[in-house]
Design a protein around this ligand. Sequence first.
Ligand code: RP5
Length: 161
Amino acid sequence: MAPLVGIIMGSDSDWPTMEAAAVALAEFEVPFEVGVVSAHRTVGKMVDYASSAAERGLKAIIAGAGGAAHLPGMVAALTPLPVIGVPVPLKHLDGMDSLLSIVQMPAGVPVATVSIGGARNAGLLAVRILGASNPLLQAKMANFQASLEKLVEEKDAALRQ
Ligand code: RP5
């Protein structure tokens, strides 16, 4: 099936963090593609990727980067698709640099920023975005949410025994 979500990251070193987005999408059987696209090292590739993403059939882009994390914002400027930014934590500054680089976008160019290292939530948010126009997928998400609730209730019951 043609990919509906693009997962991109500034470096292959981001993959250990970003893989959780792919796992979440796979759990919901959402077709996706993965690639390294750097805002600083492969500028032309970034422009090509983002500006052709909608016409290629993608419905959302998850973009992760660390440090001077300009990829999500630049991609959001180049596409009308929803962009979800994942701040990747690096060795220094605990990911605060990545978070602040991604979250403080100027008005008019939104990036839906998840928590530092929050790639799983990025995947789940992409599922919710697709679910808004796909009742089956939305029902799967509702079931998933119910399973989270059940899990907490079970843990609560175990604790109380
Ligand atoms: C960023 O620089 C990447 O997203 C990565 O988080 C960071 C370091 O990249 P490498 O030097 O490991 O390739 O652009």
